[in-house]
Every structure is written in structure tokens, then in C-alpha cells.
Design a protein. Structure first.
Ligand code: ADP
Length: 640
């Protein structure tokens, strides 16, 4: 079937209601498909702009659009945003009081709304069915559609019942949307919802957008080894025992001042400790994990979403149901257990399309921690967890483009990306071979020391032997008489640790899980015997303080407003203040009123008459009318 709406008319609706000049990849195709009366399955990454794919058609369809979503916490947000865009919307879920519920149902009955958000368990109730029996439903949208599949990672049984609701509204075309779906899950969604089946007589289109999020810079740093120069990064003295991870984090936060971000940790305890440390160091940071009370969690989330507190330190419990578009960074203080989890978590950054930074702090110890929690798994479940961990570890250790690796994991070819803003490897300008150095000699020394001491000791002891330490234990064993004693003084203890970790990662060394005893693998023995060359990304700090990778300047979020534009900067501050006030009055998060990019665009273009307003990113007719006077008066005030 043909779409009755031209691309031009759809773009003018986009501009009018949402203030955007162009569609994001895939949006137009999905919208045209729906408006041509085809059932549609859209797979788009987080932040890809799925919401718009049902909201724009809803504006022109005759009947109402129902959006089924499991994320109750997001519904209020979506509805507020739509109201701001001048689109009548409401939601029905268990969080409403009886009065609110009745009011909303009467609005639906009276034909006063275009979009109804609804939890799946609400949709399938008898009461809801009676209500909908007398209403024309034009579009049934299933958000997070992977929840319908038992093969998905988030199966929800109530999703299965949506199919019966669909049967009662054969006139409604169906749009299923998700950010993650393998072919099996996609088939499952299609079958369960009878997309494109004869039963309903609609056609069917499937759109799978790329998983690439080109605006997220990917970086991995090794947190193995000891602290180097933490004192210079501290804002005040501390009693916390700092690790290399803390040091790297402080460095990162200093380079990302005034930006909002999430720091993910492995455990609740770590979240609490890190939050306390950051607060002590005058960072505005709050904790979020399942051990906090509901009220505390909700309050911390609110403060983060409202831009009152820029940093949240969290376990993986944090993120589902967060719609904050201006998250500028995601730091993994510990490695996630799978690339799927990593992808989902970094995906919370840069939803507004502006540049964002994902930093993963990795050490081999993370792998052991994750393995420890896999102990109760058996059979295929264990094998799957092992595979996931392996893929994640390979990503962390990779010396080739991380974006390509991530995309390959999701079955996509490498993306054409800007090497300046892709990942640490690409922006270093070095190829994989250049990032590695010849460590044959030190590796031979280390491996021999392990062999000569009988493969009975941990790294610390072996390194002490290499450094020629005269501690009692070494003398007692007579290891001061070995040929390897004292032959490793060219590197510090920390550098030797780095080499140990690299050799473990490269499969030359094994570490026993109980006493951390090091032993050689067959590969190591072969290499020693054949005197083969060993090349690894070893960066000794002893004689080369500079990092191999050029510092990640390219990965920083670039403001579109030039900071030398003094007037513009003052306007931006005033606009932020105005946004805070308006958001408080309307009891919505600031981004519902305007995104950061919109405020910056105003500060750059400095509109002084009404007609200039709609040229601003994110301002359509409705918002221009609503907020135009405020904006113009602020700009004029600063022009004199
Ligand atoms: P998803 O649901 O796919 O994770 P959203 O629908 O929440 O993503 O969209 C993410 C952000 O992108 C929102 O802030 C939204 O306003 C913005 N957005 C959506 N479409 C466009 C567009 N065509 N141009 C600019 N920004 C857009």
C-alpha cells in the first residue's frame, strides 16, 4: 500500500510538533510503513528515536494510538513530553489513583486523546477491554517487544496476552519496537503478534537499524597495577585507600567537569564506598542500588534526572526506566559480565544524539570476580555465561577497533566511523601491531623465574625474586642463589605486575584460584623452548611515563557553543535557570521543556524576534508559542 503522506509533509509535522528538521536513521521508513497500513517490526538501538515512530503517525491517524510499555516509570515522562509538544496524551497504569483513572478513561471515551500509554497488565483487563470496545483504535504499538519472547532476555508473561487484545481490534495496524532482538526473538515477536498474517490482512515490513551509536566514544583503560600520582588529582586529603581505578576515575571526572554521567560498579558495597569517596572529594554524586530504600532510590534518581546532581554511582539495577537524554558519560568501574550488558549500559549515554564517552576500567581480576558468581550455574547456562564473559574480556583486551568488535558481536559489519571519534584504539592513530611492544626478554625472565621457583608462588614473590629482594622467605628457600635472582631491576614491581597480567591474558600463564599461584601453560613452555618472539601491549611506567595511547581528547564531548562567545555563555546560563524554574513549576524533568542542544542553539543564534525561533533545534510551533516570550526576553536582556 502507498503512504498518503509525502516525506515533505511528514517533515513539516516533525518540525511543527517536535522542532526537528530531519529524521533519524530508520524513522521515516517505519513511519511510512505504519501510515501505509503495514504491520511493522522496528529494531532500533536505545536513543535511536523509537518513540517518534508511533507518536508522529498518531498525529494523523483517525483513531487513537495505544502504546503498550512495561516501563511504568517512563510513562509520565513520555506524556509530559507529548503535552509539551501539543499532543494530547495520557497513561493508564497501576500508579494512578481511582479518580485519575476515571478521568483518563472519560477523556478516552470523549475522543479527547491521540495517544494512550498503557502497561500490559492494564491493557488485558476486562475493564480496559470494555472501554476500548467503543473506541476506534488505529495503531497498536508494542514497545520493548522482545518481552513477548521467551528467548528474549526480559520475558514477561503478560506480554503474551497482548495478542488476544489485538484480535479484538482487527482494524488497528500493529507496530512492534525493540532495541535488542536476535533473529529468533524477531520471529517470535512476528508470530505472537500475527504481524502481517492473513487474520488481519495487513502487509508486513521489518526494519533493523544499525546497532552503531556513532556519538558514543568507546575507551578501555587498564586498572591493573598500583596508584601512580593520585595526590595531584585529590581535591582534599583522604583516608580512603586509593586504587589505580580511583585514580583513572578522578582523571576522567576532571576532564568531564559539569557533565552528567553514570558510574557502574560490581557490588553495592563498592557503590557506597565510591559514592562516599567522591562526595568527600566535592563531587556531587549519589548512590543507586537495590539495597537502598525505595524512597531513597526514587529520590536519588529524581535528583539525577532533574539535573540537580550530575553523577550517579550505581549497580546494574540502574537505568531501566531512565529517559534522561543528556547523560554525557558512562564509566564502568568494573567490567560487565557480557557485551550485551555493556552495550545496554553505555547506551544510556548520548540519547540526545550529542557526543558522549564510555570508559571501561578493566583488569583481569574482574574476570575472576564474575566467574565466582557463576559457580552455581551448570550445563548450558554455565557454558553461555562463560561464552559471554569471554566475548566481554576479548573486547576489553582488544587492540583493534572496539566499535567494529562490538558491531561484529551483534552480527553487523564494521561501521564507517570518524577515527577521531570512534574509540581509543582508532584515535591513538596506531595500528594493533604498533600498540604492542617486543617483550620477549622480560617475558623470558619472568617465565624462567616462575619455573625456577617451582611454580609454587604468587606474582608478588616471583617479582621480588626478579628484583633481588633479600627478604627472609626468599633467603630461607635459597632463591637468592638462582640465576634469575635480581635480573629484573629494569622495571618496577608495578610494571612486572602489568606483565604478569598481560601474560595471563595472552594465555601464557595460569593463576590458581585459591592461592593465586602462577604456572606456565604449554604455549609458554613452547615459546620459551623455541625462543619465540612475544609481543604485547606492555607500557612500562618506569622508563616511559607517557601512555601509548594519546590521551582521549578526541573523545571529549564538544560543545557546539564556543566558550569565547561571552554573551552566548551568559545567555546559556540564564536559559538553564529559566528551564529549571519552568520544570519545577510544571513538575517535569528539565529536558522535557528543552534539551541541552536547544539551549545551546538559542545561545548561538540569539533570536530576538519570534520568526527566528522555529529555526532553533528542538523548537516547533507549539514550543515557540509557549516559551517564545521567555526566550526572546532573555536574549534581548543580554544583547544590550
Ligand atoms: P529510544 O526510545 O529509541 O531509546 P527516544 O525515542 O527516547 O529513543 O529518543 C531519544 C532522543 O532522541 C529523545 O530525546 C528524542 O527527542 C530525540 N529524537 C528523536 N527523534 C529525533 C530526530 N528526528 N531529531 C532529533 N532528535 C530526535
Amino acid at each position: 500500500m502507498q503512504c498518503n503522506f509525502s516525506e515533505k509533509s511528514l517533515i513539516s509535522l516533525l518540525k511543527k510538533h517536535f522542532g526537528y528538521k530531519s529524521f533519524r536513521p530508520g524513522q521515516l521508513q517505519v513511519i511510512e510503513s505504519v501510515l501505509s497500513g503495514n504491520d511493522t517490526l522496528a529494531v532500533m538501538p536505545t536513543g535511536g528515536g523509537k518513540s517518534l515512530c508511533c507518536q508522529l503517525p498518531a498525529l494523523v491517524l483517525k483513531g487513537i494510538t495505544i502504546v503498550v510499555s512495561p516501563l511504568i516509570a517512563l510513562m509520565q515522562d513520555q506524556v509530559s513530553q507529548l503535552e509539551e509538544a501539543g499532543i494530547e496524551a495520557l497513561f493508564l497504569n497501576s500508579s494512578l489513583t481511582l479518580d485519575q483513572y476515571s478521568l483518563n478513561t472519560s477523556l478516552i471515551r470523549g475522543g479527547k486523546v491521540k495517544i494512550v500509554y498503557c502497561a500490559p497488565e492494564t491493557l488485558v483487563t476486562e475493564r480496559m477491554q470494555q472501554l476500548l470496545a467503543n473506541v476506534q483504535v488505529s495503531l497498536l504499538t508494542i514497545d520493548e517487544a522482545h518481552c513477548i519472547s521467551e528467548w528474549g532476555h526480559d520475558f514477561r508473561p503478560e506480554y503474551r496476552m497482548i495478542a488476544s487484545v489485538r484480535a479484538q481490534h482487527p482494524e488497528a495496524v500493529c507496530l512492534a519496537m525493540t532495541a535488542t532482538a536476535t533473529q529468533t526473538v524477531r520471529n517470535d515477536i512476528k508470530r505472537s503478534l500475527k504481524l502481517g498474517s492473513k487474520t488481519f490482512g495487513f502487509g508486513f515490513n521489518e526494519f533493523v537499524s544499525t546497532f552503531n551509536r556513532p556519538n558514543i566514544f568507546l575507551e578501555v583503560k587498564s586498572k591493573a597495577g598500583s596508584v601512580q600520582n593520585a595526590a595531584a588529582l585529590l581535591k582534599k586529603p583522604t583516608n580512603f585507600r586509593l586504587t589505580r581505578a580511583d585514580e583513572l576515575l578522578l582523571e576522567f571526572l576532571q576532564a568531564h567537569k559539569n557533565e552528567s554521567g553514570i558510574i557502574y560498579c560490581f557490588s553495592r558495597k563498592q557503590v557506597d564506598e565510591l559514592t562516599e569517596f567522591l562526595q568527600e572529594q566535592n563531587y556531587k554524586a549519589l548512590a543507586y542500588h537495590a539495597g537502598l530504600s525505595d524512597t531513597e532510590r526514587a529520590e536519588n534518581q529524581r535528583l539525577f534526572v532533574q539535573d540537580e546532581v550530575p553523577i550517579i554511582v550505581a549497580t546494574l539495577a540502574f537505568g531501566m526506566g531512565i529517559n534522561k537524554p543528556n547523560v554525557r558519560f558512562v564509566v564502568h568501574y568494573d567490567m560487565p559480565k557480557s557485551l550485551e550488558q555493556y552495550y545496554q549500559e553505555i547506551g544510556r549515554a548520548g540519547r540526545d544524539g550529542e557526543n558522549a564517552h564510555a570508559l571501561l576500567l578493566y583488569s583481569y581480576g574482574d574476570t575472576n570476580k564474575i566467574r565466582f558468581f557463576m559457580q552455581d550455574k551448570t550445563g548450558t547456562e554455565l557454558a553461555a555465561a562463560e561464552n559471554q564473559l569471554e566475548a566481554m574480556t576479548a573486547f576489553a583486551q582488544s587492540r583493534t577497533c572496539r566499535r567494529s568488535l562490538l558491531l561484529a558481536h551483534f552480527g553487523e559489519p564494521p561501521a564507517e566511523s570518524n577515527p577521531e571519534f570512534c574509540c581509543d584504539i582508532c584515535s591513538s592513530g596506531l595500528n594493533a601491531a604498533e600498540l604492542e611492544t617486543d617483550v620477549t626478554i622480560p617475558a623470558q625472565k619472568l617465565l624462567s623465574a616462575i619455573l625456577r621457583t617451582g611454580e609454587k608462588f604468587g606474582a608478588s614473590y616471583v617479582i621480588d625474586v626478579l628484583l633481588g629482594s633479600r627478604q627472609k622467605r626468599i633467603l630461607d628457600y635459597g632463591h637468592n642463589k638462582l640465576s634469575v635472582f635480581g635480573i629484573g631491576t629494569e622495571f618496577s614491581k608495578q610494571d612486572w605486575y602489568q606483565l604478569v597480567n598481560l601474560l595471563i591474558d595472552a594465555g601464557f600463564l595460569r593463576k590458581s584460584s585459591d592461592y593465586q599461584v602462577l604456572s606456565l601453560t604449554r604455549d609458554a613452555k613452547d615459546t620459551l623452548r623455541d625462543r619465540g618472539e612475544v609481543r604485547l601491549p606492555f607500557v612500562p611506567h618506569t622508563n616511559a611515563p607517557a601512555q601509548t595511547q594519546k590521551s582521549g581528547k578526541a573523545g571529549s564531548y564538544k560543545r557546539i557553543l564556543d566558550s569565547s562567545d561571552i554573551k552566548g555563555m551568559a545567555i546559556l546560563e540564564a536559559l538553564k535557570e529559566m528551564r529549571r524554574k519552568l520544570a519545577k513549576e510544571a513538575e517535569v524533568p528539565p529536558y522535557v521543556i528543552f534539551g541541552d542542544r536547544t539551549l545551546e542553539d538559542i545561545a548561538i543564534k540569539k533570536p530576538v524576534v519570534f520568526s527566528q525561533l522555529t529555526d532553533i533545534y528542538g523548537i516547533g510551533e507549539i514550543k515557540a508559542e509557549r516559551y517564545g516570550d521567555f526566550i526572546i526576553s532573555i536574549v534581548r536582556e543580554h544583547q544590550t
